[in-house]
Write a protein that binds this ligand. Structure first.
Ligand code: MG
Length: 169
């Protein structure tokens, strides 16, 4: 599954879109609660040739609330759920910085660098991508990269979204 190529992709914010956002940081694997129907919908998108790329701010790393390896453990847990269904998320990008700690960085949303890096890595055209998020900064990140953004209610999840992400246009 690694190294799969695709010409279209869904970028997904993590907290509040994939997993339940308690309103603050998700600090431990125990708190990493995947919203209902998420894996099933991701599989449908994956099977129809859409890349799946998570784009997430994790400023809690800078704040010392949790470590990058704990973030990776959450992502491995999610990959395990996907692998059990026969597919994989293609990439995870996270920004570990927080402006009050290590200062202003280029990657943190509303900046668009993480999306731009992913589009470069996978050779994607912005017009073939969509970004799903639950905050204005996700939308700003998308528009900065020239990608369509779709704002979802926090913790609504993706289960009710179309089986064809092109219908989000
Ligand atoms: Mg969010």
């Amino acid at each position: 599954m690694a190294g799969r190529t695709f010409e279209k992709a869904v970028f997904l914010d993590r907290d509040g879109v994939i997993n339940h956002d308690p309103g603050d940081y998700t600090t431990t694997l125990d708190d990493f609660e995947i919203l209902p129907g998420t894996v099933e919908k991701l599989k449908i998108w994956w099977q129809s040739g859409w890349g799946l790329i998570v784009i997430t701010n994790q400023g809690g790393i800078d704040k010392g609330m949790y470590s990058a390896s704990e973030v990776r453990a959450m992502h491995q847990y999610l990959q395990g759920l996907c692998a059990a269904q026969g597919f994989a998320i293609d990439a995870f990008y996270f920004c570990p910085h927080h402006p009050e700690y290590s200062g202003k960085c280029l990657c943190r949303k509303p900046g668009s660098l993480m999306i731009e890096k992913a589009m470069h890595h996978f050779q994607l055209k912005p017009a073939n991508c969509v970004m799903l998020g639950d905050r204005e900064r996700d939308m700003d990140s998308a528009s900065g990269a020239g990608v369509r953004g779709v704002l979802l209610p926090i913790n609504r999840g993706i289960a009710a979204l179309p089986d064809d992400p092109a219908l989000l246009w």
